[in-house]
Ligand binder design. Structure first.
Ligand code: HEC
Length: 244
């Protein structure tokens, strides 16, 4: 029953163009270039999550802080994968190390350690932002912490996009869509060992990536049109959830 509904949905878009887009991206992993839109989108999203983390710390909400750290880890992984050059790898590993410290401090409910880790995270993230990667982008890996932190951070980013549109900020909403498209690739690689069957999972996550890229790459400057494009993205979230 559920899978019938799933197939009827996936049947609604035609595969050819989509697979071209996806596979060319996966196979030729382009060098991250100056002005790489994914990179600037990742920087924005990271800084927003760091802002969330500061807020949770102010409120002494360590549970939400730990959750935000989980999302930051996923984003830090994407940042690292933007380029294989050594200095980029070293700089982004420093970001991931700070996120690890934040996560541990949040679990220990140690406010002073959380603050120190957040300061370090801000510094290391700023250092990465000042760099231009020169190497090749790497393949997205499966989510290291499992699906849950991945899903929660996607939920937050979808929310960012909605808020951006409320204030008419179409360009930042596109950045959210770029990050969602990259996260969709991680989702696609994270099927291991869980139902539904891998083929459905691939199709469903590919459809999600495609909808996200359509929003991200849109030349529209109109908030109402962008809202519709983001709604199409949300439909792809729902379509996959309905398979469960
Ligand atoms: C390809 C499939 C797929 C796509 C696409 C997908 N999800 Fe999920 N989502 C899942 C699965 C599977 C779970 C259950 C994860 C678990 O419990 O380990 C889940 C769980 C969730 C949860 C609950 C997390 C929790 O445990 O509290 C949220 C929230 C969520 N997804 C949001 C989203 C949003 C937002 C999008 C789109 C922007 C999205 N998902 C796209 C498969 C998907």
């Amino acid at each position: 029953m559920l899978s019938t509904r799933f197939f009827s949905r996936t049947g609604a878009f035609s595969g050819c163009v989509m697979w071209l887009v996806i596979t060319s991206h996966a196979n030729f992993a382009p060098a991250a270039e100056p002005g790489d839109p994914v990179l600037s989108a990742l920087h924005l999203t990271m800084s927003r999550r760091i802002g969330d983390a500061r807020k949770w710390l102010d409120e002494r909400d360590f549970k939400s802080l730990a959750q935000t750290a989980g999302g930051l880890r996923v984003l830090g992984g994407l940042l690292k994968a933007r380029s294989d050059d050594e200095s980029w790898q070293t700089a982004t590993e420093a970001v991931l190390a700070a996120i690890g410290e934040l996560s541990a401090a949040a679990r220990a409910e140690d406010a002073a350690q959380c603050k120190a880790a957040l300061d370090k995270l801000e510094q290391t993230a700023a250092a990465v932002q000042a760099r231009q990667p020169t190497g090749q982008a790497q393949q997205a890996l499966p989510a290291s912490g499992g699906l849950r932190p991945l899903m929660l951070v996607m939920d937050g980013i979808r929310g960012d996009g909605k808020i951006d549109l409320l204030s008419g900020n179409v360009e930042d909403a596109k950045k959210s869509a770029y990050v969602l498209s990259e996260l969709g690739r991680v989702v696609s690689n994270s099927v291991a060992g869980r139902p539904p069957d891998p083929k459905q999972w691939q199709e469903s996550s590919a459809a999600f990536v495609e909808a996200s890229l359509a929003a991200a790459r849109s030349t529209e400057a109109d908030a109402a049109t962008m809202r519709q494009l983001l709604r199409n993205v949300s439909q792809r979230c729902d379509a996959c959830h309905e398979m469960r």
